[in-house]
Design a binder for this molecule. Structure first.
Ligand code: NAD
Length: 485
C-alpha cells in the first residue's frame, strides 16, 4: 500500500471511527493507495461539535488576524506545491502536467482570501442629519463543504479560505476518490497556525452527506458535484432552513465559425475536451460546427492524436466511470453517428496496464437532442453537431438543460458579441476553450448547473459566507431632527 490507512481530521487531530473502510486503488496503475473510513452520522457530529466550539473564539478574531493565518498558509502551500500535486496524480489520475496548474489555482484562491480585509470593507453613509448607517458582516457559524473527485485540491480552495477568513468554521467532506489531498491541506493549515477545530475533514460517502443536510448546527452548505446530488442537497438543506449553494453537472457547447483561427482553435478545443480526460465541469463537450469548417475539424483530429492515454492524457477516475463513458460511445455509434476518433481500445504504457484509460474520441454528425449531445458523459469525448447558421448554433447550445460554460471560436467581433449576449451560460468565452474566470471574478453557472443564489468564489462568495448587519446611529439625541430629515 502506497500510503497508510487514512483517518479523519477532527479538532486538529486524527480521528478513526469504528465504521467500515473502503480500499482506494490508483486509476493510474491500479496500485492500492490506502483505506478510507466510511464515516457515519456520529463521526460527522463529532466534527460539527469541534467546529462549533472553535467558532466561539475564531469568530472574534479580526478579519486581518484571520487573514494572517492564510498569509502563512499561502507560503507553505507554495513550498509544498509539488508534493500535493503528486498526491492527487496518484489519487485520481490527473496528468502530472495538469496537477501543478491546479495547485497554482489553489494558491490564487488563497491569495484572494488574504486580500479579504481589503475587499470586504462594508459601507458607511451619513443617511440623514445626525444619523449615520454602517454595515458589518458576520460569519454564519459552522458551515459544510462537499466536494467532487475531479478537482480534489482546487474545489476545497473554492470554499475553505474565503469561508474561514470571513470567520466561519468548517467541516469538509471530500470525494471518496480523493480524500488524501484534503487531509494534506488540513495538516498544512495546522502548521500555518490555524486553531484546532476551525477546519475538520470527515471522509466517507452518502451517509456523511445525508448527516450534513440534517445536522441542526450546520448553518450553510456548499456542494460541488453532479446535478442529481446537487438537487438533493439543495432541497433537503433548504428544507432545514440552511443557506445552500449547490453546483451541478455541465454539458458545455463550443461554437465554431468558418472564420475561426484554424491552428489556434484546434489546439484550444482539443485541450478543452481532453484536459483531465474530459473530467472537468468546464470541458468542451459539444462542438457546434457552423457551415464549412471541415479543415479546422481535420486539424482538431490531428491535434487530438497528440494526447496519449497514460503518457499525457489523464486516467479515468474508476472502472465504473470508464464503463459509463464507453456505454455513451457505444450507443452513439449504434445511432449511426460517425466516429472520427475512437478511444475505446487503448494500450496503456508499460507499468500502467492496470490503470483506467480511454483515448480521445470524436463523434461527428450527432443529432441535436440525441443522448450523446445532451447528457454529460464526463470523458475525453467530443460530440460534433452540424448546423448552417450562428442562430441555429446558439439555439442548439441553449437547448441544453445545463448552463455552466460556453465559448465561440471566431475572428468576427459582431458574431462574438451576439453569442455573448444570447448564450444561456454563466461563464462564457471568445476563443477560450475553458472560460473559467480568474479571481476576483466569481465561478458559477446557470440553469441546472447551479442551485441557489450567487456564485461560489470571488467577490460573490462574501454574500454567501456572511450575514449582513445594518447599524443606524444617532449621536445628537437633543437635536430636533427626525429619522428622515
Ligand atoms: P458526485 O455527485 O458523484 O459526488 C460529489 C459529492 O457527493 C462527493 O463528495 C460524493 O461522495 C457525494 N455523493 C455522491 N453520490 C451521493 C448520493 N447519492 N448521496 C449523497 N452524496 C453523494 O460527483 P463526482 O463524480 O465526484 O464529480 C463529477 C460531477 O461533478 C460532474 O457531474 C461534474 O460536472 C460535477 N462538477 C461540477 C462542478 C461545477 O462547478 N459545476 C465542478 C466540478 C465537478
Amino acid at each position: 500500500m502506497r500510503y497508510s490507512d487514512l483517518a479523519n481530521f477532527i479538532d486538529g487531530k486524527p480521528s478513526n471511527p469504528k465504521t467500515p473502510r473502503m480500499e482506494r486503488y490508483s486509476p493510474v496503475d491500479g496500485e492500492l493507495l490506502s483505506t478510507i473510513p466510511l464515516s457515519d452520522a456520529a463521526e460527522l457530529d463529532k466534527a460539527v461539535q469541534a467546529a462549533k466550539t472553535a467558532s466561539a473564539d475564531w469568530s472574534q478574531w479580526t478579519i486581518k488576524e484571520r487573514a494572517g493565518i492564510f498569509f502563512k498558509y499561502y507560503g507553505l502551500l507554495k513550498e509544498h506545491a509539488a508534493e500535493h500535486a503528486d498526491l492527487f496524480y496518484h489519487e485520481m489520475g490527473k496528468d502530472p502536467k495538469e496537477t501543478p496548474l491546479e495547485v497554482a489555482k489553489s494558491i490564487e484562491l488563497t491569495e484572494f482570501a488574504c486580500a479579504m480585509p481589503e475587499v470586504c470593507t462594508g459601507d458607511f453613509e451619513v443617511v440623514s442629519r445626525g444619523v449615520e448607517c454602517h454595515e458589518e458582516r458576520f460569519p454564519l457559524g459552522v458551515v459544510a463543504s462537499i466536494s467532487p473527485f475531479n478537482f480534489p485540491h482546487m474545489v476545497p480552495h473554492w470554499t475553505m479560505p474565503n469561508a474561514l477568513v470571513l470567520g466561519n468554521t468548517m467541516v469538509i467532506k471530500p470525494s471518496r476518490e480523493a480524500p488524501l489531498t484534503v487531509l494534506k491541506i488540513a495538516e498544512l493549515l495546522k502548521e500555518a497556525g490555524l486553531p484546532d477545530g476551525v477546519f475538520n475533514v470527515v471522509c466517507g460517502g452518502r451517509e456523511v452527506v445525508n448527516a450534513i443536510v440534517e445536522h441542526p448546527d450546520i448553518q450553510g452548505i456548499t456542494f460541488v458535484g453532479s446535478t442529481k446530488v446537487a438537487q438533493m442537497v439543495y432541497t433537503k438543506g433548504c428544507a432545514k432552513f440552511k443557506r445552500v449553494l449547490a453546483l451541478g453537472s455541465a454539458n458545455n457547447h463550443l461554437i465554431l465559425l468558418p472564420d475561426a483561427h484554424p491552428e489556434g482553435s484546434a489546439t484550444n478545443i482539443a485541450a478543452s475536451y481532453l484536459g483531465c480526460a474530459g473530467q472537468r465541469c468546464m470541458s468542451a463537450c459539444v462542438l457546434v460546427a457552423v457551415g464549412e469548417v471541415d479543415p479546422i475539424i481535420a486539424k482538431l483530429v490531428e491535434e487530438s492524436k497528440k494526447y496519449v492515454p497514460g503518457v499525457n492524457l489523464s486516467a479515468i477516475v474508476n472502472p465504473e466511470a470508464k464503463a459509463s463513458i464507453t456505454g455513451y460511445i457505444d450507443r452513439a455509434e449504434k445511432e449511426g453517428f460517425k466516429l472520427l476518433l475512437d478511444g475505446r481500445k487503448v494500450t496503456p504504457p508499460p507499468g500502467k496496464e492496470k490503470g483506467n484509460y480511454l483515448g480521445p474520441t470524436i463523434i461527428d454528425h450527432a443529432r441535436p437532442g440525441s443522448e450523446i449531445a445532451v447528457e454529460e458523459n464526463f470523458g475525453p469525448v467530443m460530440t460534433i453537431v452540424r448546423v448552417k447558421t450562428l442562430d441555429e448554433a446558439i439555439e442548439v447550445a441553449n437547448s441544453s438543460p445545463y448552463g455552466n460554460g460556453g465559448s465561440i471560436f471566431t475572428q468576427s467581433g459582431r458574431a462574438a458579441e451576439i453569442f455573448c449576449r444570447r448564450i444561456q451560460a454563466g461563464m462564457v468565452g471568445v476563443n477560450v476553450g475553458v472560460p473559467v474566470p480568474r479571481e476576483p471574478f466569481s465561478f458559477g453557472g446557470w440553469k441546472d448547473s447551479i442551485f441557489g443564489g450567487g456564485d461560489l468564489t470571488g467577490r460573490s462568495s462574501i454574500g454567501f459566507w456572511t450575514k449582513l448587519k445594518k447599524i443606524s446611529v444617532k449621536w445628537n439625541p437633543d437635536k430636533p431632527v427626525n429619522w428622515m430629515a
